[in-house]
Design a protein around this ligand. Structure first.
Ligand code: BTN
Length: 253
């Protein structure tokens, strides 16, 4: 597998970097194409949510990938991207964030970054567009979200240089993407994700999806990245979609 060769296109302002990267992937863009914007006017999150993207406040980017994976392994692309963001912030900003299933990077139990991976069929085969939004500065989200959102500046006391975080992220994304597609790479990504996430095992969580809401204790991941949760009845539930919320903070009695 040749290493990912990133090529970056910058926009002052764009609707959504995911939409722009998908458009270019449909036109045949190779993997490694990365769209970065200073602001997004129609940033998108999972489940049709908005992703507020004020000018200069965050890192908003989308990368085109063309992974050679079985369709049921595609959720691992989101998990490997979370690991890459974690590694990149560790290297560029000197702190180690937590990661939460399925697509969040966290600090102090608050959301710092969201990841939106979208699979599309193009004339040259399946592509996955990985969109990453990292709150860099305090102004990256409105005050009313302060109980659930945070930024690198909130954590470290300093607004980081966007391009340093970007450089580090592209490096770690290439590394983790190679790992994912290597021999036994899927198992390694699952193992590394479980080792890096305080949510992977023994966390009391609430799961909410279109069908139901229930509480249970996390019991690791399936090989395809689905979350195992032991429900109050003792049944082991395999969760493939939904939101996870901690029922109580980590390490509390
Ligand atoms: C989520 O937490 O629901 C995912 C949020 C993903 C936001 C990023 S910002 C860059 C890229 N472009 C988008 O429109 N969304 C992603």
């Amino acid at each position: 597998m040749p290493p990912l060769a990133p090529s970056i296109i910058y926009f002052d302002s764009v609707g959504s970097t995911n939409t722009e990267a998908s458009r270019r992937a449909m036109q045949g863009a190779p993997e490694g194409l990365c769209v970065v914007a200073d602001e997004q006017t129609a940033g998108r999150g999972r489940l049709e949510r908005h992703w507020l993207s004020p000018k200069g406040a965050g890192l908003y980017l989308s990368v085109v990938l063309r992974p050679q994976l079985a369709p049921n392994s595609l959720p691992l692309v989101t998990l490997m991207s979370s690991l890459a963001v974690r590694d990149a912030l560790k290297a560029s900003s000197n702190f180690t964030p937590d990661i939460k299933w399925p697509n969040d990077v966290m600090a102090n139990e608050k959301k710092l970054c969201g990841i939106l991976a979208e699979a599309i069929e193009t004339a040259s085969g399946r592509a996955v567009v990985v969109g990453i939004g990292i709150n860099l500065k305090k102004g990256s989200f409105p005050e009313e979200l302060a109980a659930v959102a945070t930024s690198v500046e909130d954590v470290t006391g300093q607004p980081p240089a966007r391009d340093r975080v970007l450089e580090s992220l592209m490096h770690e994304l290439s590394r983790r993407y190679d790992q994912l597609q290597s021999l036994e790479g899927e198992e390694k990504i699952v193992a590394d994700w479980c080792a890096a996430s305080s949510y992977a095992n023994g966390r009391c969580v609430r799961i909410a999806n279109e069908r139901e809401t229930f509480e249970g204790i996390t019991r690791g991941l399936e090989s395809d990245g689905a979350l195992r949760v032991e429900a109050a009845s003792g049944d082991l539930r395999i969760v493939r979609a939904g939101d996870v919320t901690a029922v109580r903070p980590n390490n509390s009695p």
